[in-house]
Ligand binder design. Structure first.
Ligand SMILES: Cc1ncc(C[n+]2csc(CCOP(=O)(O)OP(=O)(O)O)c2C)c(N)n1
Ligand SMILES: CC(=O)[C@@H](O)[C@H](O)COP(=O)(O)O
Ligand SMILES: [Mg+2]
Length: 682
């Protein structure tokens, strides 16, 4: 039974780097593994994080850092959500600030350690990195450094992984060591032919029985020692070769080592040494258990506590405070209703059935749900096929992961006018998962897709309505994007303008409608706050929610012409976002009203909670209103017609840096929008 003893970290404190592991006996290594679990479970319960995946790689990571010499040898983690043990063994012992502002990243981070390489939390990339590094070693004549990539069975279902395997297998003289961390799950059990094949390799009866016998007989007591263990391991391996057919990895040309008990440090070390000494492309197939050593995780039917917290109960892994309605839960419930009304509607997930809210639909319509594995590109094009054959697929994928399916949306869906609805969950700033999880680019990159229509609901009622509107479009792809977390309270419209909802006007006040504030999606509430603050300064504002942000509603252009300044507020990068699209429409219509767009700077943003990151980006009512007051002053006397000169003076008012830019990850790409946004004269 797992004991929660946060103070039991005596051995761990002695591990300042991987080489300190060499001094530990096998008994001490086992104790170290226990200490790591005892530390991570209560700590991550407080901070939030991926406890299940990390408890599944404790022994694997210890063995890996004993056999290889990071950072001389390069150790790569696919997704990287399972790199906490790696961090602990490379000198980072304080996880109390995990995923918090200024604290430890939940993924590898080069700024934290020379042992960290891949910061991107998008799955299925590690093998391509490994292939590239191995090729670089070959070109540069580097022969004394290993490249080791740890990839989960889930990440192995991603297309990029197979592109890399194809390349890695091509060169028998180019060493790449791939450790497949096979715990049979992504969040839920991994799907597809690959999962079946891994199961074949894993569950060959004779091999399994022998493994059990070997484990029992050996007990791995010191008295038996490594030589006998190695010998028996060789016998076990030989047996496996007899009973387990040559696997597809070997058919591909990769040396296959395993399957190995990933929780057996000595066994893993033996397998990793064999792989290291092979001097070619080799796969070590490690069998692990997600949440190992933590009953609350092992018994967690849904996803073995893929992630917990913040502020969850370390004994149970459950949140201490119940969560309210989220954007995702509103979507989940509406999909069940739609599913009952429309038998052409099907759901598609990329290995994230529950996180994207399709689990209820799946329970009700088990024949109309498709989990494609971590294969977003396949999800999109497969959906285009379904649309061609008469279905209306709803493809629910986090906005950040949808980025990788841009070409499929552009060419396989939009070019073919496929009636597919994409639901971009976690759109906008997500925060604690760091730079590669923010869904902050979708309304820019998908702006360029001909025929694609994009909706950004401001609340649950609008999400329900816009989902249905999207499902009524059969000759073009549609996209609905909404944030992570609690759904915004319903905001009623006071009027309509074209397809847009007017949320506030100056009617009934002494104010003239100087400013048109366009509040996009979840930031509609911020737009209303801006208008309230402007009114306090004697500036009249009209607030509109465009609802469908692509294409730009013609009524918005007309409204802009009736105001002296247009302001857009969006939870998306400014570059190429909704504000840019509206500005272009105003230019094309020769409407000279100056426009100021507020959005996220095109930078990689460090992890912090969503509210903090939005504040850092200046996306608060107070900051925006403050800047608008200056801009309106620059436009001249109230009621004076907007002019280029006035706009220029307003532009100079805007040129002074306003909000401090959000803290950015290392390697930040400067962007033209790195400086304060400017009013663009018409
Ligand atoms: C491209 C992409 N899609 C989805 C995700 C979300 N995601 C994070 S971890 C995970 C499951 C990964 O499964 P596996 O590789 O087996 O690792 P495990 O959690 O089992 O250790 C998924 C789908 C992601 N990180 N990247
Ligand atoms: C590692 C990964 O990609 C996801 O597990 C990520 O942590 C998403 O978390 P949320 O579902 O809480 O947004
Ligand atoms: Mg897995």
């Amino acid at each position: 039974m797992f004991q929660l003893k946060e103070d039991r970290v005596a051995l761990l404190e002695r591990i300042q780097g991987p080489r300190d592991l060499d001094k530990l006996s096998s008994e001490q290594l086992t104790e170290l593994a226990a200490e790591i679990r005892a530390y991570l479970i209560p700590t991550v319960a407080k901070t939030s994080g991926h406890i299940g995946p990390n408890l599944g790689v404790v022994e694997l990571t210890i063995a890996l850092h004993r056999v290889f010499d990071s950072p001389r040898d390069t150790v790569l983690w696919d997704v990287g959500h399972q790199a906490y043990v790696h961090k602990l063994l490379t000198g980072r012992h304080d996880f109390s600030t995990l995923r918090q502002e200024g604290g430890l990243s939940g993924y590898p981070a080069r700024v934290e350690s020379e042992h960290d390489v891949i910061e991107n939390s998008h799955a299925s990339t590690a093998l391509a990195y490994a292939d590239g590094i191995a090729k670089a070693h070959q070109v540069r004549g580097v022969t004394d450094r290993q490249v080791v990539a740890v990839i989960g069975d889930g990440a192995l279902t991603g297309g990029m992984a197979w592109e890399a395997l194809n390349n890695i297998a091509a060169a028998k003289d180019r060493p790449v060591i791939i450790v497949v961390n096979d715990n049979e799950r992504s969040y839920t059990p991994t799907i597809g032919g690959l999962a079946e094949h891994l199961a074949t390799l894993r569950t060959t009866q004779g091999y399994e029985r022998f493994l059990e016998w070997g484990r029992g007989m050996l007990g791995r007591t010191p008295v038996i020692g490594t030589p006998l263990y190695e010998a028996l391991h060789g016998v076990k391996k030989g047996l496996k070769d007899i009973v387990a057919p040559q696997g597809m990895f070997e058919d591909l040309g990769l040396k296959y080592v395993g399957p190995v008990d990933g929780h057996d440090i000595a066994g893993m070390e033996s397998a990793l040494r064999r792989a290291r000494n092979y001097h070619g492309p080799v796969i070590v197939h490690a069998i692990t258990r997600k949440g190992e050593g933590y009953p609350a995780a092992r018994n967690h039917q849904l996803d073995q506590l893929h992630q917990v917290g913040p502020d969850s109960d370390p004994e149970t892994g459950q949140p201490l405070a119940p969560a309210g309605a989220s954007w995702t839960s509103v979507f989940a419930d509406e999909m069940v209703k739609v599913g009952a009304e429309r038998d052409d509607v099907v759901g598609i997930t990329a290995a994230m059935l529950h996180p994207v809210g399709l689990h209820k639909f799946a329970e009700r319509f088990p024949d109309r749900i498709f989990d494609v594995g971590i294969a977003e590109q396949h999800a999109v094009t497969s959906a285009a096929g379904m649309a061609f054959a008469g279905l209306h697929p709803v493809v629910a994928i986090y906005a950040t992961f949808l980025n990788r399916a841009f070409d499929q949306i552009l060419m396989d869906a939009a070019l073919h006018r496929a009636g597919v609805t994409f639901v971009a969950d976690r759109a906008g700033v997500t925060g604690n998962d760091g730079a590669s999880h923010n869904g902050m680019w979708d309304m820019s990159i998908f702006q360029v897709v001909p025929g694609l229509r994009i909706a950004a609901p401001r609340d649950g009622a609008q999400l329900r309505a816009q989902l249905r509107e999207a499902l009524d479009v059969h000759d073009a792809p549609t996209m609905i994007r909404f944030s992570k977390g609690a759904v915004c309270d319903d905001i009623p419209a006071v009027a309509k303008a074209g397809g847009m909802d007017v949320l506030r006007t100056t009617a009934g006040t002494a104010l003239t409608p100087d400013v048109l504030v366009v509040g996009v999606g979840a930031l509609a509430g911020v737009a209303l706050d801006v208008a309230e603050r402007l009114a306090d300064q004697g500036i009249g504002a009209t607030v509109v929610d465009p609802r469908w942000v692509k294409p730009v509603d013609p009524a918005l252009v007309l409204l802009a012409a009736e105001h002296r300044l247009v302001v857009t507020v969006e939870d998306n990068v400014r570059v190429g976002g909704v504000g840019s699209a509206i500005a272009q429409e105003l230019r094309d219509a020769a409407v000279r009203t100056p426009l100021r767009d507020f959005g996220i700077p095109a930078r990689f943003l460090d992890h912090a909670n969503r509210a903090t990151v939005l504040e850092q980006a200046g996306l608060t009512g107070q900051r925006i209103a403050h800047e608008i007051v200056g801009l309106v002053a620059g436009l001249g006397a109230p009621g004076a017609p907007a002019s280029a000169e006035n706009a220029e003076s307003a532009a100079s008012a805007a040129s002074a840096p306003s909000a401090p830019e959000p803290s950015a990850s290392a390697g930040t790409s400067e962007s033209p929008n790195g400086s304060a946004p400017k009013v663009t004269a018409r």
